[in-house]
Write a protein of this length. Structure first.
Length: 123
C-alpha cells in the first residue's frame, strides 16, 4: 500500500511540476512589459490624449453604463404594451424582461473577448 501511495505521489508531483512549468512560462510571455510603441499601452494613451486620458476613459464608461440603463428602462416601460399586444401574462412578461437583460449581460461579457480575438479594426 505504501508503494502505491508513493507511486501516486511521484506521479502527481511530476504532473504538477510539468503543469506549473508550462503555466508559468505561458504567463511570463503574457506579462511582458508593454511595448511603448503599442498603441493600446498606457504610454501611448498618455501621448495621444495627454494627461486627461483618465477622464476620457471615465466618460466612455459612463456613457456605456447610461446606455445599458436606458436599454433596461426601455424594456421595462415597453412590457405592458407588449403584454397587451401578444396577450402575455405577468410571468411571461417577467421572462421577457429577464431574457432581454440576460442577453445584454452575455453580449457585454463576450464583447472584450471578441474584440481581442477578431481585432478592433474588424469589428
Amino acid at each position: 500500500m505504501r508503494q502505491l501511495a508513493r507511486s501516486v505521489e511521484q506521479c502527481l508531483t511530476r504532473y504538477l511540476k510539468h503543469y506549473l512549468t508550462r503555466y508559468l512560462a505561458h504567463n511570463r510571455r503574457r506579462m511582458q512589459p508593454a511595448d511603448p510603441d503599442d498603441r493600446h499601452s498606457l504610454a501611448a494613451l498618455r501621448a495621444r490624449w495627454g494627461p486627461q486620458h483618465r477622464w476620457w476613459v471615465l466618460l466612455t464608461v459612463m456613457i456605456g453604463n447610461m446606455a445599458a440603463l436606458m436599454a433596461a428602462t426601455t424594456i421595462n416601460v415597453a412590457v405592458p404594451a407588449i403584454s397587451r399586444q401578444f396577450a402575455l401574462g405577468q410571468q411571461d412578461a417577467q421572462w421577457l424582461a429577464t431574457t432581454f437583460m440576460g442577453a445584454m449581460t452575455v453580449s457585454m461579457l463576450t464583447t472584450p473577448w471578441l474584440l481581442q480575438r477578431l481585432g478592433y479594426r474588424r469589428c
